[in-house]
Design a protein around this ligand. Sequence first.
Ligand code: CTP
Length: 449
Amino acid sequence: KPLERKLKDRMKKQMELPIYQLLLHIGEKADEIGVNAYIIGGVVRDLVIGYPNEDIDIVIEGDGIQFANLLAEQYGGTVRGHEKFGTATWKLPNECLLETMCRPGLKIDITTARREYYDYPAALPNVERSTLREDLFRRDFTINAMAIQINKKNFGMLIDYFHGSKDIKEKKIKVLYNLSFVEDPTRILRAVRFEKRFGYAMDKQTRDLAINSVDKISSVSEVRISNELRMLFNEQHPIESIQRLSELGAWEYIIGEGVITKDKIHQLQTFKDLCYAYHTKKIANSIFRSHNSRDSRAWIGYFVILFHELDNGHERLVKYALNNEDLEVVDQFVVLLNHQELLDAIRAEIPTMGMLHKFLKEYRYESIVIMIALLDHLSERLSERIIEYLMKREQIPQYINGETLKVMGLKPSPMYAKLFSDLELACIDGNIKSKEDALRWVEQYIKKQ
Ligand code: CTP
């Protein structure tokens, strides 16, 4: 079967039906106004490989923002455009006017085919309108520089000027031009991400270019680096990626130390094992969500473990944190590692669930798992127990609320908070298993007080 035919079939089979239908509609709309429209980038790469991908990027050889507005006029939803970059995000309405419902809140990026040029290395690019070929040429790797046309006549036609599909067959990551890593040094991290995700390897020229440009990483902003690290560490092979970045000499320019010690790798591995061992069990917190999920919180563990012992480690972690949740973790794990009362208690005996709750209830899951990974000589039994506690903590039943207490004759007062906290301890310790148990417990509690 020619690849075109195969790709059309794959699009139909692999994509959610409403998205496939939406692409047909978008293609027809593009025909109406006489412009070429393509899906492009990661989604095309993944269609060629046969790998799932739900992020649709569309490129128009014409005005992308105007086209997005036309689509919103016909199908509803809202458009946010960035004139300067010729890009628009079309957020589809929840009640989509298509045959089948789209995922609520679905967003599609629609952009004008563009060329980018940089005023200086690692700067944000300037952009100007161009052909599809130029748009593809400015991209990172050949495997990401393919497009599939969606106009009706050519729906499913692969456009592969730079032989991305051949490189997919040969499992190669190749840049399109020599200055690629110099212009955007984050691409070195991306190259490693794709290598490890797909089991591919950079070809010699690309690897040499990466090694020659690693020093440019130090000119990239902390936020961009953290975002890349977040994506890298949330993939399935974070430790292999960390080692690969060592081989390329990249850590020197990220953390200021080129060598990742054996001890560090051991801590990272312990952290990974903890996340993996439990993500299959019923624990919902996103640190245990299977890696390779964008919203996993696992990345923060690798990040903290790599950074925390560096000079000014804490300040650097604060600088690289992406949001308040990250900041909390960055502060909390240090407190936990130095929490003498907790450490004495857990080392002296196998703690009850209630005891763990007393010490740990204010701390985030990520901070606690990082603590387990960093504490030397913590027995397997004890770390399992702490994870078991985290599992329990996710499911503390709420048998009683303020209303119930009022009905029981207890006037609202600061005692409510103390009672709820003690009740929680009793629940997590397994002493309360039903609403009746809880009511009895409250009665006795009131009497005692
Ligand atoms: N891109 C690039 N250089 C970058 C980032 C992105 O050339 N530094 C291009 C690539 O063509 C990429 C596309 O922009 O395919 C979309 O970027 P992004 O959504 O970040 O990546 P995906 O390839 O879709 O990767 P993933 O599967 O991890 O989402």
